[in-house]
Design a protein around this ligand. Structure first.
Ligand SMILES: NC(=O)c1ccc[n+]([C@@H]2O[C@H](COP(=O)([O-])OP(=O)(O)OC[C@H]3O[C@@H](n4cnc5c(N)ncnc54)[C@H](OP(=O)(O)O)[C@@H]3O)[C@@H](O)[C@H]2O)c1
Length: 267
């Protein structure tokens, strides 16, 4: 039987690429966007309206989804965005909004769909976190915190869902070419002169990461393999340097921290 896969944030980036690829392979794909009308007739899969930061939108979406499907095999929690900037200069409100989408939105969408997955006694939840859910680079404190939160939430939840035969996995990409950087949000409370030199270097380091981004196919391939695996791994870092980054963080923390400090050196 065809698997039904729901992908949040399927209008752009990883979500769009994954939805197109799974549709081509014969899966029943349902994607979401905050503005599905913008993509009407432009994507080959069904696109439902969903703003994961809005409770009413989640509840209307869940009703519509269950009118459209008989079973749900895979939920891919992919929707998200990135707040950038130095922590002390960034308004806390911007951080709160980051959590409303990346953390609370992901949790609430999962909660809205879990009763169906439990009733089926099978299913799969794949959440697109980030390598910054495992490490903490500067200039991305709120984004990093939101991805650590999501990582911790599912790390715990997976044990509770094992009894229902619901598999839980995380995908932790490094930098990949999508619209994430273009859609990033940055706002300042007011510049603090003490950070002037550091800010310049930190922005340059973030930009270097964005400029060196890889083609997003590796992320799509990783998620596709997870869908095909009976007992998938929980943590799935993706990207050329992830093995080295995580090895250094875990086994040579001084070298790891030194390399991050060096990447934003001001003198
Ligand atoms: N690209 C990278 O280097 C990278 C690395 C690590 C992790 N990630 C993660 O990958 C995921 C996908 O991002 P991307 O890189 O593909 O970026 P993208 O091209 O900007 O796509 C983001 C998607 O999320 C949706 N979205 C954003 N806010 C939403 C909200 N409040 N409610 C519902 N949908 C929302 C957007 O849909 P609409 O605007 O149509 O609603 C869009 O489809 C994110 O969770 C991101 O944090 C990306």
């Amino acid at each position: 039987m065809k698997k039904t896969v729901l992908i949040t944030g399927a209008s752009s980036g990883f979500g769009l690429l994954l939805a197109n690829s799974l549709h081509k392979q014969g899966f029943d794909v349902i994607g979401t966007s905050r503005e599905p009308e913008k993509y009407a007739g432009k994507v080959p899969f069904k696109l439902l309206r969903l703003d994961i930061s809005d409770d009413k939108s989640i509840s209307a979406f869940a009703d519509e989804l269950f009118r459209n499907i008989k079973q749900l095999d895979v939920l891919v929690n992919n929707a998200g965005y990135m707040v950038t900037g130095l922590a002390e200069e960034t308004p806390v409100e911007l951080g709160r909004q980051q959590f409303e989408t990346n953390f609370w939105g992901t949790v609430k969408v999962t909660n809205a769909l879990l009763p169906r997955l439990r009733a089926q006694k099978r299913g799969q939840i794949i959440t697109v976190s980030s390598i910054v859910g495992l490490i903490g680079p500067p200039n991305l404190s709120y984004y990093t915190a939101s991805k650590h939160a999501v990582q911790g939430y599912f790390k715990s939840l997976r044990f509770e869902l094992d009894q229902f035969n619901i598999q839980v996995s995380m995908v932790e990409p490094v930098w990949f070419k999508t619209n994430l950087a273009h859609n990033a949000v940055s706002q300042s409370n007011g510049r603090i002169a003490d950070y002037d030199a550091y800010r310049k270097q930190a922005n340059a380091a973030t930009q270097k990461g964005i400029d060196g981004a890889e083609a997003p196919d590796a992320v799509v391939n990783t998620i596709t393999k997870l869908i095909a695996t009976k007992k998938p791994k929980f943590s799935n870092p993706v990207g050329k340097m992830t093995g080295m980054i995580l090895f250094l963080q875990n086994y040579a923390p001084k070298i790891f921290e030194g390399s991050i400090l060096k990447s934003v050196k001001t003198v």
